[in-house]
Design a protein around this ligand. Structure first.
Ligand code: CS2
Length: 485
C-alpha cells in the first residue's frame, strides 16, 4: 500500500494529517527546487494555513532530476514529515504540494504553470550556486554556461533565473500581473541578490521593463534538514503502515522571518508562526554567521577528523569549545543589534541543535559547495573583524579547513568526493602544491570568492598558519587544543 489521497484515511491515529481536503487545493505558489529543505520548511508553514484558503497549494519544480516528481506524483504529492530529537519523534503527512514537475523534461509545463494567473508567488530553494552569481559581489555571472544557454534559448531555459524571466515576459504579454519572487536560500539579502540577477538577465534579454516592478522580499529561513536516507524511508514506511517513497526528516526547531512585500497576496503564514518584519537583514546576518558559519567549520574540520555527522563532530574533544568560542568571541561582536533578542540563548540553542543525536546530518553534505558558501558564512565576518582590528583565529581555521578539504585528500590519504561548482578549478590551482603558503596563495587567486580579502596580508598569514597547523598535526589534534579542560 502506498501513501496517497485514497489511503490517507488508513493512516494510524498517531500520524497527523491535513485538516483540509488535499483534492480541493489549487496552485498559488510555484516552488523552484523541490528538495528536502522546502518540504520540511516552507511547505509545512503553508500546510498549516491551507484550511483557511485552499488557493495556495504548491507546484514543486525540480530544476535537475526527476527523482522527487517520480517519488511523489504517485502519492498525489503527499509525504510524511518526521520531526525528531533526543526526546522523541512525531509524524505528520503534509498535503500542500499538489503538483510536481521536472523542468529539464517538461519546461513548457513549468512555464505554463508559472505564467498562470493563479500563480502569485514563485519561491526558490535552488542553493547558493543556483543564482549563477559571483559570490563575492552578488552580480550575475554572465559567463556561466547555463546563463549563456538561457540567453540563447529563452523559451527552453535551464536556470531558475531563465525560467523566471521567461514567465514574467509571458505574463506581461498576456496582461497578467507579476508574481512575487521569494528567495529562501542561505544568502545575505537573498531577495536583493535574486532581484539583481533577474534584472540583469532581463536586461540582457532586452526585457528590462518587464521585471522592474517585481517584488523580491528577503527571507531568513532556518531548519536543519539532512538528506533522507534509505533507513529513514524504511522506518517512516513502517510507522505509517504504508509506503512513502520520499519522506523528510528534520528537527523540532523552525524559523522563517520574511519581509512583508507581496503585492499579489500571500498565505496567512503569520498564523503558522512566520514572523513578518520590514527588514530581515539583521536576522539573516545572525543566522548565516552563527549557524551556517559554525556548520561549515564543523563540516570541514569534522570531516577531516573522521566525524561522519555533525553530532559526531560536536563530540570530538575541543570541538564544542571551539564552536562556542567562535560564535561568542568572534562572530557575535560583528552582528547588527536586534532589539529584545537574547543572543546568548540563541547560541546555546544552536549548540544543542548541532548535538541532536537523532539527526544524522552528514559533514560531507554540509561541506558541499564551499566556494559558494564561505563568503557569507565566514569571510564577511572576517572582513568585519579586520575592520575592527579584532582577532579571527577560529574563523581562519574554518577557512583553512575548507582549503585543506577541497584539495581532495583526507588525512589517511583517501580521496574526498569534493562537490563544488569550482572543484575542477581548485584541483588545478593546488595540483602538486604541498607548502601551506603556496596553497593559500593559490586559493587567494579566486577573487570571485575572496574579494578584497585576497589581498589582505594578515588574512593570508593567519589562514596560512592555520593550514600549516592542520597539515602538520591533523584536525583532531588542532581541535583538541581548544578544549577548555
Ligand atoms: C547547512 C544548511 O547544508 C548546509 O550548508 O549549513 O543547510 C543548514 O542546515 C540550514 O541552513 C539550517 O537552517
Amino acid at each position: 500500500m502506498r501513501l496517497s489521497r485514497k489511503t490517507l484515511a488508513r493512516l494510524p491515529e498517531t500520524v497527523a494529517r491535513p485538516d483540509y481536503d488535499p483534492a480541493a487545493v489549487t496552485v498559488g505558489i510555484v516552488h523552484l527546487g523541490i528538495g528536502a529543505f522546502h518540504r520540511a520548511h516552507q511547505a509545512v508553514f503553508t500546510d498549516a494555513v491551507l484550511a483557511d484558503d485552499t488557493s495556495w497549494g504548491v507546484c514543486g519544480v525540480s530544476l535537475r532530476s526527476p527523482g522527487t516528481r517520480d517519488a511523489l506524483a504517485p502519492q498525489d504529492g503527499l509525504y510524511a514529515l518526521k520531526v525528531q530529537d533526543g526526546a522523541g519523534e512525531t509524524l505528520r503527512v503534509i498535503g500542500s504540494v499538489v503538483e510536481l514537475l521536472c523542468a529539464p523534461e517538461e519546461p513548457e509545463a513549468v512555464l505554463a504553470r508559472m505564467s498562470d494567473p493563479g500563480t502569485r508567488i514563485v519561491s526558490l530553494t535552488v542553493t547558493e550556486k543556483g543564482y549563477c552569481h559571483n559570490p563575492a559581489d552578488g552580480t550575475l555571472d554572465e559567463d556561466h554556461p547555463d546563463i549563456r544557454h538561457d540567453l540563447e534559448n529563452p523559451s527552453r531555459p535551464r536556470t531558475a533565473v531563465g525560467f523566471i524571466v521567461a514567465a514574467l515576459v509571458r505574463r506581461a504579454a498576456a496582461g497578467v500581473p507579476p508574481f512575487t519572487l521569494l528567495s529562501c536560500d542561505n544568502l545575505p539579502g537573498n531577495g536583493h541578490v535574486l532581484g539583481r540577477v533577474v534584472a540583469r538577465f532581463a536586461e540582457l534579454r532586452g526585457a528590462a521593463a518587464t521585471v522592474k516592478d517585481v517584488a523580491t522580499p528577503s527571507t531568513m529561513i532556518d531548519r536543519i534538514v539532512p538528506a533522507t536516507t534509505a533507513e529513514d524511508r524504511a522506518a517512516v514506511s513502517v510507522a505509517l503502515g504504508m509506503e512513502d517513497a520520499w519522506p523528510v526528516v528534520t528537527e523540532p526547531f523552525r524559523q522563517w522571518v520574511v519581509e512583508d512585500v507581496f503585492p499579489a497576496g500571500r498565505p496567512a503564514w503569520e498564523k503558522a508562526g512566520v514572523v513578518f518584519v520590514p527588514d530581515v537583514s539583521a536576522f539573516e546576518t545572525m543566522k548565516l554567521r552563527l549557524l551556517n558559519g559554525s556548520h561549515s567549520t564543523l563540516a570541514y574540520l569534522g570531516y577531516l577528523a573522521g566525524a561522519e555527522t555533525v553530532a559526531a563532530a560536536m563530540a570530538l574533544p575541543g570541538m564544542a569549545d571551539l564552536i562556542e568560542g567562535l560564535m561568542r568571541a568572534e562572530v557575535s561582536p560583528t552582528l547588527p543589534p536586534l532589539a529584545g533578542f537574547d543572543l546568548a540563548a540563541y547560541r546555546r540553542d544552536l549548540v544543542s541543535r548541532f548535538r541532536n543525536p537523532a539527526l544524522r546530518h552528514r559533514t560531507w553534505q554540509i561541506a558541499m559547495d564551499g566556494s559558494q558558501k564561505l563568503p557569507q558564512r565566514l569571510l564577511g565576518t572576517i572582513r568585519d573583524r579586520r575592520t575592527a582590528g579584532a582577532s579571527f583565529g577560529r574563523l581562519a581555521l574554518g577557512v583553512a579547513a575548507w582549503m585543506h578539504y577541497a584539495r581532495g585528500t583526507d588525512e589517511k590519504g583517501k580521496a574526498i568526493d569534493v562537490r563544488d561548482p569550482h572543484a575542477a578549478r581548485i584541483a588545478a590551482l593546488v595540483a602538486g602544491l604541498g607548502d601551506p603558503e603556496e596553497i593559500v596563495a593559490a586559493y587567494l587567486t579566486m577573487t570571485d570568492v575572496f574579494g578584497d580579502l585576497a589581498g589582505d596580508w594578515l588574512f593570508r598569514e593567519t589562514v596560512t598558519q592555520a593550514l600549516g597547523g592542520l597539515m602538520l598535526e591533523g584536525a583532531a589534534r588542532r581541535i583538541a587544543t581548544f578544549a577548555s579542560g
